[in-house]
Design a protein around this ligand. Structure first.
Ligand SMILES: Nc1ncnc2c1ncn2[C@@H]1O[C@H](COP(=O)(O)OP(=O)(O)OP(=O)(O)O)[C@@H](O)[C@H]1O
Length: 612
């Protein structure tokens, strides 16, 4: 993380506060106005109470019944109003919190999906920042806005009482304010340390959350039980939590020590001030009623000054955290539209021209000068060993990463010049690590093209192309059956269903089939988990689906790629050979070697009668 570990300078702080206030007022404009009114009321209430008490005491000593009545009525009214105001403030605070969270969560997750590529999501620094941003999004806009209101309130209280103190003793009033200076400096420093500590512990808390999620993950549950990993992961989880907690503890102990010392200092200053004022009354330079107002002023000023210092200091910490939120959401473009043009329909073909790629400068090259072309309406098959770079190449075509060197052209135009979303809308793809959504069967397919979510015939057609229509129709609630047991469907009288691995794979394939009009069909290992009959059936379906369409197929099962117009063998990130099945077999290179190896496995089994 490019560390934010300093309280922002005044201009940056002002910009952050403006943004926070904008969110706060935008989320709950009515509450903001009422809060300001309550702030003025809250700021004036202490001084009003002090003066009403003075009226009562003064009236009692001079036997002035009018003064007593005014004092009692005023004090009583304040006493009745204060709890109502306090409850109303609490309600407004909670309601505003709810609205602010709803607003910031939308912004934050819009920003997360606004990143066109995958690089940020693979960057641990981004995740640490996201964690802090997510936390800050829940409290920072409200806290910073109420801080401004709170500061206004404290300033009203301080200035009204300061006048009272100044009338009695200028030096004592100065001493009271000066005593706040060390508190101010110390609190700012503590806030900075707290902010730094939160940044340091963010990775630990993220790892702790990772282990907690792993222990609850259904996919991990089998291995966790089989390998007895529960205690092992729990220990690791607790190690992260304890490391984070020890950082927090150190910080809390420091704060305890500093706050206690400063409280003693403030107490001593109060005692001195009180002694001076009592002496003045004792010497006949004031009445007991005046002394009551001064004592109220003294404690109110001290409380307000320390409240003010706390607010400003915690604002520093909050600003540090809110800066992460602002940074993460900076990716959102006003209006949402991409400044890049939309990719047009593919007319001529896709080509890779001397494409080099590595995931980061610290990683090895994964693709080393790949040049190939998929003319419109033809099929290309990509084969090669594990780790040769096949899936990486697909990710580059999808625009998830830009090539490090070289260029990928869509009808002759560099794909990085097109709006990524519009390019992806022209692709249909299944990935090797496809998703199994804990949704209904219908929704699992419909997410392939959310625009056609209501078109049940199209969804059924896509399922049929992937050989899943009958299976899904036979489920307890047909296509509406939930494909999970982790959620409960209130309207269903049957529990959710869990599909087999191969069935899930076919469902992922159906998702791609839903994009019937896609310009480029990409299938990365679409049949790796299928049984022999299903694989045969699917490939027959896919062959007809790919006919006359531009397609890219990756498969380790070479019998499924032999019909491709062009077969490209990738080895260590470079094209080792390419040609039709017949040409490559004649050439006798790596493809022919792999093909014969796979074929011989079946031949041997046939000869020996062994079960394959
Ligand atoms: N997100 C990533 N970050 C860093 N390295 C990665 C990432 N994804 C893949 N790699 C690396 O890139 C190389 C190529 O991986 P890729 O998945 O493209 O191979 P593949 O040819 O599809 O392999 P397989 O046949 O096993 O699916 C591997 O060395 C892998 O470790």
């Amino acid at each position: 993380m490019s560390r934010q570990s300093r309280i922002p300078d005044v201009r940056r702080a002002a910009a952050l506060i403006r943004r926070a206030f904008g969110i706060y007022v935008g989320a709950a404009p009515g509450a903001a106005v009422i809060s300001v009114v309550l702030m003025v009321e809250g700021g004036l209430a202490p001084v009003a109470a002090a003066w009403f008490i003075r009226a009562i005491v003064g009236g009692l000593t001079t036997h002035d019944s009018t003064e007593i009545v005014i004092g009692v009525a005023g004090f009583g009214a304040l006493g009745l109003l204060s709890p109502v105001v306090s409850h109303l403030s609490q309600y407004l605070q909670r309601e505003t919190d709810r609205r602010v969270v709803a607003r910031t969560q939308v912004e934050l997750f819009t920003a997360v999906s606004a990143h066109p590529g995958l690089a940020e999501l693979e960057d641990s620094t981004f995740h640490d920042r996201l964690r802090l941003a997510n936390e800050a999004s829940r409290y920072a806009p409200t806290q910073l806005s109420t801080m401004i209101i709170g500061v206004g309130q404290e300033l009203i209280t301080i200035s009204t009482f300061a006048v009272t103190l100044l009338l009695w003793s200028g030096p004592v009033a100065a001493l009271v304010f000066l005593a706040a200076a060390p508190t101010f400096v110390a609190q700012i420093r503590l806030a900075r340390l707290r902010g730094e500590m939160m940044e340091r512990t963010a990775p630990m808390l993220r790892r702790q959350a990772f282990y907690a999620a792993l222990l609850l993950d259904m996919r991990a549950a089998k291995e966790i039980r089989l390998f007895g990993l529960g205690a092992f992961f729990r220990t690791r989880m607790m190690r992260e939590l304890r490391a984070a907690q020890s950082g927090e503890r150190r910080q809390d102990r420091l704060a305890l020590w500093v706050d206690s010392s400063l409280a003693v200092l403030t107490g001593v200053v109060s005692l001195i001030a009180l002694a001076v004022f009592v002496r003045q009354v004792f010497d006949g330079r004031g009445t007991v009623a005046d002394l009551i107002v001064v004592i109220a002023a003294l404690s109110a000023v001290q409380m307000s000054v320390s409240g003010l210092v706390q607010q400003v200091a915690s604002a520093g910490e909050t600003l540090m955290m809110f800066a992460h939120y602002v940074e993460v959401t900076a990716v959102i473009r006003p209006g949402g539209a991409s400044p890049l043009p939309a990719a047009p329909p593919l007319r001529h073909g896709l080509e890779l021209d001397d494409v080099w790629f590595r995931y980061t400068p610290d990683h090895d090259w994964v693709l080393r000068g790949v040049t190939l072309r998929i003319p419109h309406g033809t099929s290309l098959a990509l084969v090669g060993d594990n780790g040769a770079g096949k899936s990486t190449l697909v990710k580059l075509i999808c625009g998830f990463y830009p090539p490090t060197r070289g260029v990928i052209r869509w009808d002759g135009v560099d794909i990085t010049g097109y709006d990524p979303a519009s390019l992806r809308a022209r692709l249909a793809a299944t990935f090797q690590d496809f998703m199994a959504y804990e949704f209904s069967a219908h929704d699992n397919i419909a997410v392939g093209d959310v625009g056609s979510a209501d078109d049940r015939d199209r969804v059924a057609r896509a399922a049929a192309n992937a050989g899943m229509d009958t299976v899904l129709r036979d489920l307890p609630r047909g296509y509406d059956t939930l494909l999970t047991r982790a959620f409960h469907d209130e309207t269903a009288d049957s529990a959710g269903v869990v599909l087999s691995g191969g069935q899930w794979q076919r469902l992922a394939l159906a998702r791609a089939c839903l994009r019937e009009r896609a310009d480029l069909l990409i299938l990365d290992e679409p049949s790796s988990g299928l049984d022999v009959e299903a694989e045969h059936e699917i490939h027959r379906g896919l062959t007809s689906l790919r006919r006359d369409r531009t397609s890219l197929l990756i498969s380790h099962r070479l019998n499924t790629v032999r019909d491709a117009d062009l077969i490209v063998v990738l080895q260590d990130g470079a094209v080792a050979e390419q040609g039709t099945h017949a040409a490559l077999m004649t050439a006798g290179g790596r493809y022919a070697q792999l093909f014969r190896l796979q074929a011989s496995g079946y031949d041997d089994a046939l000869v020996t009668g062994a079960t394959p």
